[in-house]
Design a protein around this ligand. Structure first.
Ligand SMILES: *[C@@H]1O[C@H](CO)[C@@H](O)[C@H](O)[C@H]1NC(C)=O
Ligand SMILES: *[C@@H]1O[C@H](CO)[C@@H](O)[C@H](O)[C@H]1NC(C)=O
Ligand SMILES: *[C@@H]1O[C@H](CO)[C@@H](O)[C@H](O)[C@H]1NC(C)=O
Ligand SMILES: *[C@@H]1O[C@H](CO)[C@@H](O)[C@H](O)[C@H]1NC(C)=O
Ligand SMILES: *[C@@H]1O[C@H](CO)[C@@H](O)[C@H](O)[C@H]1NC(C)=O
Ligand SMILES: *[C@@H]1O[C@H](CO)[C@@H](O)[C@H](O)[C@H]1NC(C)=O
Ligand SMILES: *[C@@H]1O[C@H](CO)[C@@H](O)[C@H](O)[C@H]1NC(C)=O
Ligand SMILES: *[C@@H]1O[C@H](CO)[C@@H](O)[C@H](O)[C@H]1NC(C)=O
Ligand SMILES: *[C@@H]1O[C@H](CO)[C@@H](O)[C@H](O)[C@H]1NC(C)=O
Ligand SMILES: [Cu+2]
Length: 618
């Protein structure tokens, strides 16, 4: 035997010994819990338990998750492993990514889907969550940690901490009330509380002299969180699975979907007391702040559980939180200094003819196709590079093999939006601050108030080593510019991770190098069976047609604009003033709205009279 062959066998067996397969058998179902200690609520757990487990694996391992939907008749589900690339070079990985109607069909009650993938080439802090509407908000979310034996820093113990928001009502009721003509301003549902690792009043035990790695994950639906530790420094060492040059800060900001890991050095000797760990909601994201909503929770860093509970501290100016744009990857990776393809996405929020406030990229709100986009890619042959077959309501963009793609996001909205890309991470090459955040200006002034990206006059110098993340926050009326290399053929969802905005349609689909994907991937038996069980075709364009690929009959399209006479402004003004009182009740206490509101006919009668127009809303 050749020496090289022996060497190869040794190497292979080393790989085989080290790469472990972790198999999980999860049946999702309701579990009664009391996360904040104030109210019972049904959460979605696995195998009768909630919270669902954190998953810990090592670099290179394989993961098999059997997910059975045991939630309820009429509720579908799926799982996404947030931040994992599912690199399709090893075949059949795109169908493991999770978002329903993008890369798989919804898993109906009683059905089982197998997620089978490796975590090749990635390390650090990730998470997994349901990817069907706002479902994960009811607790179907956990941490996913990829351990790295060659971590470039040392610590004695890690602590994995999810930050999230808690709604009392089930996600589908909150969503129905939110996406309703009775909420014409599109005010996001206000959570009733926040959670710290799925509970409240947490204690982190510290021992003198030790160093801890705190992995913060914002696994909530909506609000960003600030984190500060009393008289302990935080050293940021990782964001979204990328090691960064250590950056010392007093205050962290974690938007939904993002992860930030920090090293914290405990006091050298027992300080004789405990310290506060502050968790603070970014209040600027709330349309109203109900008086009973606690914005600051004080958890404790305990040197002894016998010491008194620490008092809350003032964390100073929230604007001093570490800014993601100034972080830089530890491996020194360079800026992609130019792009091959630029995609400009203007973010807007507007009312359509059904009175509901939707979210748009370039005036198109994402509406699910009739078959998952992955099915369309894999069954359309040469036509796969023609975006028309994906329909006109999913913001489909076809990316060429290995192109450097630049995404420009301009925010014609005063809200903050943490955008997440599946299948990749990206360089953040420009990130503007927010504008006019504290002003209350009329909606029609959006365009005037916004500072879109001006390529001939970028606001900041392009960093030589830009931060690389998979989720970045677009600030109020500002912009971000992102770059990545299209080196992972697949269908990848790009969307706001404020899941309320996702359900309003703030999403696009990147169809990356579809011809290479066709050569690599085929629809698995399990995939096809899941689709068949919900009556979805395993072939065809966005509307499910495969005789004429440009025939989109039957495709659901976004509602028509408000009819003539019903200007968005007039509609909102009318609805907002007649329903203001109701809305107050609705946001602040409960969503038991349906009994109190008039039926649609009455509302539209009065609307028609008030606006004195002939049109009817359909
Ligand atoms: C998963 O668990 C269910 C219920 O306990 C069982 O019926 C099924 O055989 C298990 N599947 C696997 C692959 O272990
Ligand atoms: C947290 O503390 C609050 C206020 O002291 C209390 O009402 C609540 O029950 C506690 N929650 C948990 C989960 O212990
Ligand atoms: C997961 O995928 C690997 C690689 O294709 C395969 O060997 C393995 O059998 C799969 N696991 C299951 C449970 O099907
Ligand atoms: C957070 O919760 C997870 C799962 O419930 C648990 O494994 C983990 O240890 C908790 N983190 C801390 C710091 O207690
Ligand atoms: C919450 O924390 C912020 C920042 O430290 C502070 O300005 C504010 O007064 C606190 N609010 C309450 C109710 O303690
Ligand atoms: C740390 O972050 C701040 C901004 O938050 C930035 O000004 C500074 O350059 C960063 N330092 C390092 C070493 O990355
Ligand atoms: C979207 O609509 C706005 C007006 O609401 C208009 O100013 C803008 O040009 C439109 N954008 C595109 C890309 O059509
Ligand atoms: C963009 O910047 C260039 C160079 O400063 C300037 O001439 C141009 O007017 C700007 N464009 C817009 C739309 O502001
Ligand atoms: C996927 O794997 C291929 C082959 O190893 C590699 O060239 C590519 O960079 C990877 N893509 C991502 C997103 O990591
Ligand atoms: Cu958003």
């Amino acid at each position: 035997m050749h020496l090289s062959a022996i060497w190869l066998i040794t190497l292979l067996s080393a790989v085989i010994v080290h790469a472990k397969t972790h198999t999980f058998n999860f049946t999702a179902g309701w579990v009664t819990a009391n996360p904040d200690g104030l109210n019972e609520k049904r959460m979605i757990g696995f195998n009768g338990e909630w919270p669902v487990p954190d998953i810990h694996v090592n670099k290179g391992d394989r993961v098999e998750v059997y997910l059975t939907n045991g939630i309820d008749e009429g509720i579908d589900t799926s799982l996404h492993f947030h931040g994992l690339f599912h690199n399709t070079s090893v075949g059949n990985q795109n169908q493991m990514d999770g978002p329903t109607m993008v890369t798989q069909c919804p898993i109906l009650f009683g059905q089982t889907y197998l997620y089978n993938f490796t975590v090749d080439g990635q390390v650090g802090t990730y998470w997994y969550h349901a990817h069907s509407g706002a479902q994960y908000g009811d607790g179907m979310r956990g941490a996913f940690i990829i351990h790295d034996e060659n971590e470039p820093f040392h610590y004695d113990k890690e602590m994995v901490i999810q930050l999230s928001d808690l709604y009392r009502q089930p996600y589908y009721e909150v969503n129905a009330a939110f996406l309703s003509r009775y909420n014409p301003t599109g005010a996001e549902p206000i959570p009733q509380n926040m959670l710290f690792n799925n509970t409240l009043n947490a204690t982190l035990d510290f021992k003198p002299g030790e160093t801890y790695l705190l992995r913060f994950i914002n696994s909530g639906l909506f609000v960003s969180h600030y984190i500060a530790l009393e008289s302990h420094e935080l050293t940021i060492v990782e964001v979204d699975g990328i090691y960064v040059k250590p950056n010392v800060t007093q205050l962290l900001y974690v938007a939904t979907g993002q992860r930030v890991s920090v090293l914290v050095k405990a006091k050298e000797t027992d300080p004789g007391r405990n310290f506060a760990l502050m968790q603070i909601i970014d209040e600027s994201m709330l349309d109203v702040t109900p008086p009973e909503l606690v914005l600051n929770w004080t958890h404790q860093i305990a040197y002894s559980r016998n010491y008194p509970k620490p008092k809350p501290i003032d964390v100073g100016n929230l604007d001093d939180a570490a800014e993601e744009f100034y972080l830089s990857p530890l491996d020194g990776r360079e800026l992609y200094d130019d792009y091959d393809l630029q995609i400009v996405l203007d973010v807007r929020m507007k009312n359509l003819g059904d009175g509901v406030k939707y979210a748009f990229f370039n005036n198109v709100t994402y509406v699910e196709p009739k078959v998952p986009t992955l099915t369309t890619v894999l069954t359309s042959g040469k036509l796969s590079t023609d975006p028309r077959i994906y329909g006109d309501n999913i913001n489909a963009y076809v990316l060429g093999k290995n192109e450097i793609v630049e995404i420009v996001l301009n925010n014609y909205d005063p809200g903050k939006h943490p955008f997440h890309l599946h299948g990749h991470n990206f360089q953040v090459v420009q990130k503007s601050p927010g504008f006019h955040e504290d002003e209350n200006y009329p909606e029609e002034d959006q365009d005037k108030m916004t500072v879109p990206y001006n390529e001939s006059a970028p606001l900041m110098d392009f960093p030589q080593h830009p931060v690389v993340r998979d989720t970045v926050q677009l600030e109020a009326n500002g912009h971000v510019v992102l770059r990545f290399k299209a080196n992972n053929p697949g269908v990848w969802f790009f969307h706001c991770h404020v899941d309320w905005h996702l359900t309003q349609g703030l999403a696009a689909v990147f169809v990356e190098d579809p011809e290479t994907l066709q050569a690599r991937e085929e629809l698995g038996d399990n995939y096809k069976q899941i689709c068949s069980s919900c009556g979805i075709k395993n072939k065809g364009n966005a509307a499910g047609h495969s005789n004429d690929w440009f025939n989109l009959d039957g495709l659901t399209r976004q509602p028509l604009p408000l009819p003539g006479g019903f200007t968005a402004k007039g509609y909102v003004a009318f609805m907002a003033c007649t329903l203001a009182a109701l809305w107050g009740v609705y946001t602040i206490s409960s969503y038991g709205l349906s009994e109190t509101i008039q039926d649609d006919k009455q509302v539209f009668e009065s609307l028609r009279k008030a606006l004195n127009v002939e049109d009817t809303l359909t």
